[in-house]
Each structure stands twice: as C-alpha cells, then as structure tokens.
Write a protein that binds this ligand. Structure first.
Ligand code: GAR
Length: 198
C-alpha cells in the first residue's frame, strides 16, 4: 500500500466520529492515520478517546483568544509541527475563517448530520439539526461529508447517506440513528480521498 494520509481531527464534544476514525485506522490496510486531535473545548470527551488511543491531542480554547485570527493562528502553529494531509472536522463547533480555509485548499472536510443542502448553514449544528428536521416533518434525514469552504456547509459533497425519520422519533433517537450511519460514512469518505491522493 502507498503512503498513509496523515489526519488532524478537530472536535468539540463527544468525539464518536473521532472514535470511529481511530478504530478504522487500527486496521493495517486502512489508508490513513490520526496524527493529532485538536479540541477547542477542554471538556470534550473526545480528548479522553484520543488519550486512550495514544494519539497526541491539543486543547486550543477559543475563549482564551481575543480574535478568531489569534485562535486559528494557534491551531496553525500546532498543525505545522508535523506533516498533515487532511483536516477532518468531526463535531467541531467553531466556524473557520476564509483565511484559515484558504491555507488548506481541498484539505479540510466536515461531517454534517443532515442531507445537505437541507438543514445546513450557521446555527445548524448537532442536535439543532435533528430538532429542525423533526419540526419540519421530514421523513428522511441523513449525514453528509463535504469539503469545507468559507460558506458554511456549502462545499462540494464527498458522500451522503439517508436514514428514515420515524414517527415517534425524538431528536435524540434520530440523532443516534444518524450518527450510527455517519460513522461509517466518514471512515469510507476518508478512505476514498486517501486512495485518490496517495
Ligand atoms: C455529529 O453528528 C456531527 O455531524 C455534528 O455533530 C455531531 C458530533 O458528534 N456536526 C455538526 O453539526 C457540524 N455542523 P461526535 O462528537 O460524537 O462525533
């Protein structure tokens, strides 16, 4: 197999997507490895997941910086300590500036818990998405993996999967069903990119 893709995974919370990426990377033939986990939230459970897997992590708390530029400069400083090929946003709840994104052309991807372009954009994240899907009476939801561009949730799609919205769904039950599919979707999307590029 050719060279593995070096990943930096950005998280803010539970990190269940991070876990599925870590698990996939354990397979010898999976074409990527997690080199660094970046969290803006010191309390993120994903940091425990990284530690358990012996993956270096860094907390860059946005609250400690005066400007988004300063926050992102601190992230960049960490990223440039080693070769990173792909940044995977996995429940990272900060919007990245155009400035930062332009430093990583086609090298930042994100997972979003809906069938984009539906239920995307600013304010649509995490459970808010599932609540909005249920409130709108949708019968299908899903997850989307896409490239990150400055327009929130508008970048080119890499992969998408549908899941049914059931009559008695709460945002929690729908969220669980979406996440179960999202985990596999994300792992497969990273693999697809790795195979294309290495
Ligand atoms: C995931 O469902 C992800 O799609 C969503 O947050 C959840 C994080 O879960 N991301 C967004 O809504 C970004 N707009 P996790 O921390 O368990 O991976």
């Amino acid at each position: 197999m050719s060279k593995k893709l070096n990943l930096a995974v950005f998280i803010s919370g539970s990190g269940s997507n991070l876990q599925s990426i870590i698990d996939a990377c354990e397979a010898k033939d999976y074409p990527a490895k997690v080199k660094l986990v970046v969290s803006n939230n010191p309390e993120a459970y994903g940091l425990v997941r990284a530690k358990n897997a012996n993956i270096p992590s860094v907390i860059i708390n946005h609250k400690s910086f005066k400007t988004r530029h300063d926050f992102e400069s601190a992230i960049t400083k960490e990223l440039t300590k080693q070769p990173i090929d792909l940044i995977c946003l996995a429940g990272f709840m900060r919007i990245l500036t155009a400035d930062f994104i332009s430093q990583w052309p086609d090298q930042i991807i994100n997972t979003h818990p809906s069938l984009l372009p539906k239920f995307g954009g600013e304010g649509m994240f995490g459970d808010n998405v599932h609540k909005a899907v249920i409130a709108a009476g949708e019968t299908q939801s899903g997850a989307s993996i896409h490239y990150v561009i400055p327009e929130v949730d508008k970048g080119r799609l890499i992969a998408q999967i549908s899941v049914p919205v059931l009559e008695n769904d709460t945002y929690e039950t729908l969220g669980e069903r979406v996440r179960a599919e999202e985990h596999e979707l994300y792992v497969n999307a990273i693999k697809k990119i790795a195979v294309e590029r290495t």
